[in-house]
Design a protein around this ligand. Structure first.
Ligand code: SAM
Length: 251
């Protein structure tokens, strides 16, 4: 049997939830691109360990809705989103949250960074299949990318999901963000202890914790937190520290 030709279930469309959460709905073309992304990920999963979230409703909620929820309702808060914002998704893996962001926010220029070449090759296939011209890929360790002139303090917005502790994510993301820009860290649970170390890390990195938002997801009522970090001054050149140090010796 040719596995490539197996039919793929349709994702739920959820027009009321899109409307309720974001006050808009994806266009037909965007719905098709999201469906195509789902299909490509299921196919890619046979060779690469891309995601364990494969059921249509779960994929819709935990990958698509969650990716967009982190930034979409914040258009006042992130006013540059519709003005050719440069966005970097750090440790994008199978493309989350960066690929849904590039599908929905066409005027953003999205860089999808991961240290694993195979995952980036997979995303290149996704971008070409979806004809997404506002996204590009980058292979490397963020600790090194964050020290390169081409990338350092070059992005309006950095997003980062499931790449490490909150203070490691702050150290990965804030050096890449322009002064005045924002880093959004996507988390599941959140504790006071984590809050303390995040506050301490962010101060050292030239940022400020602007908001911590807690909410539940619309289908399974799972708890999520988004941490919004504003860059208020340039990050000292010793950050990010060498590869591995942000996780081994968190700030
Ligand atoms: N962000 C995606 C998501 O939420 O589905 C993927 C999360 S996955 C658990 C973590 C990803 O971060 C992996 O693909 C890994 O290769 C990448 N990664 C981990 N450390 C990294 C680093 N220092 N620099 C760049 N990428 C990194």
């Amino acid at each position: 049997m040719n596995l490539e030709s197996l039919p793929v279930a349709s994702l739920p469309e959820m027009p009321e939830i899109w409307q309720q959460t974001f006050n808009w709905q994806p266009t037909n073309q965007q719905q098709e691109q999201l469906q195509q992304l789902y299909k490509l990920i299921l196919e890619g999963n046979r060779q690469l360990n891309l995601t364990r979230i494969t059921e249509p409703e779960e994929f819709w909620e935990k990958h698509l809705w969650d990716s967009l929820k982190g930034i979409a309702p914040k258009q006042q808060f992130i006013p540059f989103l519709n003005q050719n914002a440069s966005v970097i998704d750090i440790g994008t893996g199978a493309g989350f949250p960066g690929v849904p962001i590039s599908i929905i926010f066409l005027s953003c220029q999205v860089t999808l960074l991961d240290s694993t070449r195979k995952k980036i090759n997979f995303i290149d296939t996704v971008l070409s299949n979806l004809s997404l011209t506002n996204a590009k890929t980058l292979v490397g360790r963020v600790e090194e990318i964050g020290q390169e002139n081409k990338h350092r303090e070059n992005y309006d917005l950095a997003v980062i999901r499931a790449v490490g502790s909150a203070s490691a994510c702050a150290e990965y993301s804030l050096p890449l963000v322009k002064k005045g820009g924002l880093a959004v860290i996507y988390r599941g649970s959140w504790t006071e202890e984590e809050n303390q170390s995040l506050q301490n890390a962010v101060k050292q990195l030239g940022g400020r914790v602007e908001l911590i938002e807690e909410f539940t997801t619309p289908l399974t009522n799972s708890i999520r937190h988004y941490l919004y970090l504003r860059k208020v001054k340039n990050t000292a050149f010793n950050f990010p520290r060498a590869v591995g140090v942000p996780t081994q010796r968190p700030l």
